[in-house]
Design a protein around this ligand. Structure first.
Ligand code: IVH
Length: 716
């Protein structure tokens, strides 16, 4: 009788034959992948952390004994969990944009004026412009992709470039057609719009949540977002979500010549639109017709049954939209005119001073919690010392607080009649609440700073927070709480420490997995998230450095201009010399004013900053740096003859305005500079060109006329 075979999982590693080891590694790879999925993607682990760790240890021990059997899909090679299958990341074929905001009719007029400035045929203010006007629904945007009339993918906006796939959930929303209605739809059609919840459904959902012991949502938008991003589509199906279309993304054929006609076609395909909509014509400096629409919607606002936070105005003619294009993630052809912020009255319980990453001290009022426009407000910014003094805001005061969209609530005014008799004016601190350094306020400046830089723990932690934040290294699982703890323990003081955390684990302090509140798995998850972040595009790297005034848009601009980290670093280091070419080049960059340039140079002038850069990017003993910075993506523009070239426009152009010419050059990957330097590749000179053309000729730089420019940029 054959002896029963011992299952390979019970054989000690030392006793495994090679064949058994091979089988066992295959089994472990499958098993560990399954538990990873259950844990990360489905939030329902089936085994204890200890049992999971034992599986991984066994896998490693077998690989150590039989290194040649290590599988391509071995758990020891995988960095962390695969993205959650429900929320696979998808790259949008065309970016999902945001909108520039107007608060007043004056802002809207200015915008219209900028449109006229841009498009040559609109220079005469009497030329009429049609605008497609719609309510701005306060929901979450979603892009629906239809191929041959069938819904094949739904994605959230995400960061505008990449969103999360939520197809199964979107299929449960009644307003979203699974198949397009009518006929004549383009073979490929991406419909974009807003997923939202009615106010009544939101209140009912919160009641249900409360009864079931679940979490309450702060407002209808959060409720819609939370309901759309459910791992289980059955949960989404039970939530009363709606969808209203407001535009489109990729298309295989144009829909119409105007926005309003295109929207009507979408209606014909079975979509609900953002309503009540209207087409409004403006001519001359008056924009009264727009005010009428705005006031009408403001009056109807409370009867619509869903939350709107303003109106959206879009240039109706699509050819103009295309030419106006996009600037820094918002189209030039649309604007959101917001309703005035909502207000409420509450009491200031305490005034705290927060230290930001640049050392700026921001006074903040802790308020008796108050609901404003469906959101519970507990804090309001007080901006700076002058603002507190001007409004004479004191602890104990009853104050009017306003909240507009996602911005931090503000204190508008104090109600003096309700001031307690014993109240005293607020005294701004003289010392930093975090490190005790004496605070400084420069002559003529409104803000007060802690001068201690990285020596101040609050600033150091704020910088680290910024470094790992979403637009930067985006390291999930390394939040404020952890950074503060690691900082206090001395484990992470500067950005490079983040990336050496794993290799130092256990050498300075007890291993992270033994800390209270941590386990082997949470420690491994954190290390995996950090490992995943070790490759980053240049623009995000620059943004992560937290240089004063260098936000995402400026970081993108710099990345596009300098392309590689090495070039950026070398050029800016060289630009520290006042008379250098590199300094001139930096100052000539369109979009970088003298004050931003000064902050950039200030960053490079500080040795501590140069050291951080060096430590992050210098090759280590294994030949790899802590962080690999990918050159700026060249995008479709890379192929153009203008890519990477520096162009200066001077004089008048006949066929288009200077703004349009500049926008087109940028879209083709060129850098448009305001002044001529040795780095200029060519100058486009029209009639009336003067000093710039002269300088270009002196420097031997190519000067071309408008016709040649049109050829180069693809017209004519
Ligand atoms: S048009 C080109 N129209 O507002 C940008 N957006 O603050 C496309 N939104 O991300 C937007 N109602 O999700 C447009 N009638 C409407 C809208 C609307 C709500 C959202 C949209 C966008 C956000 C920008």
């Amino acid at each position: 009788m054959p002896r029963p075979r011992t299952p390979s999982d019970e054989i000690p590693v030392e006793a495994l034959s090679e064949a058994q080891a091979r089988r066992e590694l295959a089994r472990l790879a499958r098993l560990i992948a399954r538990h990873d999925r259950l844990y990360h993607a489905e939030d329902r682990p089936e085994i204890s952390d200890a049992a999971y760790d034992a599986l991984r240890r066994r896998n490693e021990a077998i690989e150590k004994r039989f290194p040649h059997l290590t599988r391509a899909d071995s758990p020891s090679r995988a960095v962390g969990a695969p993205p959650s299958p429900a929320f696979r990341k998808v790259r949008h074929a065309l970016p999902m944009l945001s909108l520039q905001n107007a608060m007043t009719l004056e802002d809207v007029r200015e915008w219209l004026e900028s449109v006229r400035q841009f498009l040559r045929e609109l220079q005469d203010p009497r030329t009429p412009i049609d605008l497609a006007c719609e309510p701005k629904i306060d929901g979450v945007s979603c892009s629906l992709r239809y191929e041959a009339g069938r819904l094949v993918q739904a994605a959230t906006r995400g960061d505008g470039q990449e969103g999360e796939e939520v197809t199964a959930n979107a299929r449960t929303i009644a307003d979203i057609p699974q198949r397009l209605a009518g006929a004549g739809w383009p073979a490929l059609l991406e419909v974009r719009g807003e997923v939202f919840m009615t106010d009544e459904d939101f209140l009912r959902l919160n009641e249900q949540q409360e009864r079931a012991g679940g979490k309450r949502f702060a407002n209808p938008r959060n409720a819609a977002a939370g309901s759309l991003r459910q791992l289980d589509p059955a949960v989404t199906a039970g939530r009363p979500l709606h969808f209203a279309a407001h535009g489109w993304g990729e298309l295989s054929a144009p829909l119409a010549a105007t926005q309003s006609e295109a929207m009507q076609r979408l209606r014909g395909f079975g979509f609900r639109l953002c309503e009540p909509a209207a087409r409004v014509r403006v001519a001359g400096p008056e924009a009264e017709a727009l005010r009428a629409y705005y006031e009408r919607l403001e009056a109807e606002r409370s009867r619509l049954g869903f939350t709107i936070d303003g109106i959206v105005l879009k240039i109706d003619r699509l050819e103009w939209q295309a030419r106006l294009g996009v600037v820094s993630r918002s189209p030039r052809w649309a604007i959101a005119w917001k309703f005035p912020p909502e207000r409420g009255v509450t009491v200031v319980e305490e005034i705290l001073c927060q230290v930001g990453r640049t050392g700026k001290i921001t006074p903040v009022a802790r308020l008796a919690p108050i609901g404003i426009g469906g959101v519970l407000v507990r804090r309001a910014t007080l901006h700076n010392a002058d603002e507190i003094a001007r409004k004479d805001i004191r602890v104990g005061d009853a104050v009017v607080v306003q909240r507009a969209g996602d911005v931090i609530p503000q204190v508008v005014a104090v109600l003096p009649e309700r001031r307690p008799p014993e109240s005293r004016p607020f005294v701004f601190p003289e010392r930093c609440p975090a490190c005790g350094s004496r605070l400084v306020r420069q002559e003529g400046e409104a803000d007060t700073y802690c001068p201690a830089g990285l020596v101040c723990p609050a600033q150091a932690v704020e910088r680290l927070k910024h470094f790992v934040s979403r637009g930067a290294f985006d390291i999930k699982g390394l939040g404020e709480k952890h950074l503060t703890l690691f900082y206090a323990k001395g484990l992470i003081r500067t950005p490079p420490d983040i990336f050496t955390l794993e290799e130092r684990d256990g050498s300075e302090l007890a291993p992270l997995s033994t800390w209270e509140g941590w386990g082997e798995k949470s420690a491994q998850n954190l290390f995996a998230a950090i490992r995943r972040a070790r490759e980053i595009p240049l623009e995000r790297f620059i943004y992560a450095l937290g240089i004063r005034q260098v936000g995402e848009a400026t970081a993108r601009l710099l990345a596009r201009r300098y392309r590689t980290l090495e070039r950026w670093r070398q050029s800016l280091t060289a630009a520290l010399a006042p008379e250098s070419e590199e300094r001139a080049e930096l100052l000539a960059l369109d979009g970088i004013g003298p004050s931003v340039a000064a902050d950039l140079l200030g960053f490079f002038a500080a040795e501590a900053n140069r050291e951080v850069l060096e430590a992050l990017t210098r090759p280590r003993p294994d030949g790899r740096p802590l962080v690999t910075v990918r050159p700026a993506s060249e995008g479709p523009a890379a192929a153009s003859r203008l890519a990477g070239k520096t162009v200066v426009f001077t004089g008048t152009l006949q066929s288009m305005t200077r703004s349009e010419a500049k926008a087109r050059a940028e879209a083709l990957g060129a850098n448009v500079a305001g002044s001529v330097s040795r780095k200029t590749d060519f100058v486009v000179a029209g009639p009336g060109a003067g000093a710039k053309e002269k300088k270009a000729r002196e420097l031997g730089i190519r000067v071309i006329g408008e016709e040649e420019w049109l050829k180069l940029s693809g017209e004519g």
